[in-house]
Design a protein around this ligand. Sequence first.
Ligand code: FAD
Ligand code: DHB
Length: 390
Amino acid sequence: MKTQVCIIGGGPSGLMLSQLLHLKGIDTVVLERQSREYVLGRIRAGVLEHGFAELMREAQCGERMDKEGEIHDGFLIAHGGQVSRVDLHKYSGGSSVVVYGQTELTRDLYAARDRMNGVVIHNAEDVQPHDLKSATPYVTYRSGDEVVRIDCDFVIGADGFHGVSRKSIPRDVLKEYEKVYPFGWLGVLSRTKPVSPELIYAKHERGFALCSLRSQVLSRYYIQVPLTDSVEDWSDDAFWAELKRRLPADVAAQLVTGASIEKSIAPLRSFVAEPMRYGNLFLAGDAAHIVPPTGARGLNSAASDIYYLYHAMLAHYQNGDSTGLDQYSEKALARVWKAQRFSWWMTTMLHTFPDSIAYDQKLQETDLAYLFSSEAAQRSLAENYVGLPF
Ligand code: FAD
Ligand code: DHB
């Protein structure tokens, strides 16, 4: 098989790039290790920044997002017995975020690929990139007993944190930066009315909690849990009881509980791999960087990688100009590190750290007190949350 761009990973990053390039007449093949049902069963991001929503529209995939997604102009932070609002619209100069689930967005991207006869190969086993430093790289995968070879100009590693692409870069070339947090998020999805029209990030001595949503009939809640906990340790009743303890009393009293339709634990990690290019392999999204979910930056950082790659590929194929490809790693990493800083800051300010000393706790309280006493601080939060310019 032959293509121009072979994309490893059929998550949002890989599908989005495939769709954008296809619309410009550039041929792609997407190789996904899992079945489509498996990919669509993962409940992850819910908050999209403006730039991401624009990219969905450019990919001709924004119709349902624009109809069913909710525009949010602000969110709430509960802390020390009070609830303060961050006015995103006011402090970002008129911008906002879109609440639309990663699952739905991935479904829309798959539908668009199907409509245009895009090649997305599921259940591709043992995917392996080869000859990445040459002008003629190729990727192999196994389908049953058959090994298939795909010759291409470029390989895109959009295969998430546990993928094969990053691991194909020699260890003496790759530098990895990592910070692992001593807790995870237990998430529950339930077919219940959300407790609040806007998201609530709650700082509490028992641990952080987040009230989010997917629609007015679908709620997404998270609580901070120790890394030693497993999903089996948490019945639905235990989850709701703990969530209520961490929310302000009037909010807890309003909480509508119900059976969980998904429950999972995500460990919190910050991670960056540099460089994001090795020969003709380009890493994008979670394959190259991970953030703790607190600032809702993960999928949005993936989108900025795709934006840079898409424009770099266009310049290469349409004008023979490879400057964008040459500058990709540096440009993408500059924005990635800003998302790392913001996610680390939000995480540090709002979580309960098992080994924190009284001094650290005072600083956390002061961070929040400063935030809500300073328009400059709220402006800084807002511009990061709605997404820095690409
Ligand atoms: P992935 O979604 O991981 O996709 C990679 C794909 O590659 C997968 O389908 C995988 O099966 C496939 N793959 C892996 N290995 C191989 C292989 N060897 N061969 C072929 N295919 C392979 N981000 C936000 O911006 N906002 C939020 O509100 C937010 N909330 C989150 C909440 C939680 C609980 C979690 C866990 C994450 C959240 N994120 C959020 C982060 C976001 O979900 C990720 O950043 C996003 O999924 C990254 O997309 P991706 O396509 O780069 O990687
Ligand atoms: C969601 C996840 C986040 O990490 C976040 O900051 C906001 C919302 C969510 O899954 O809805």
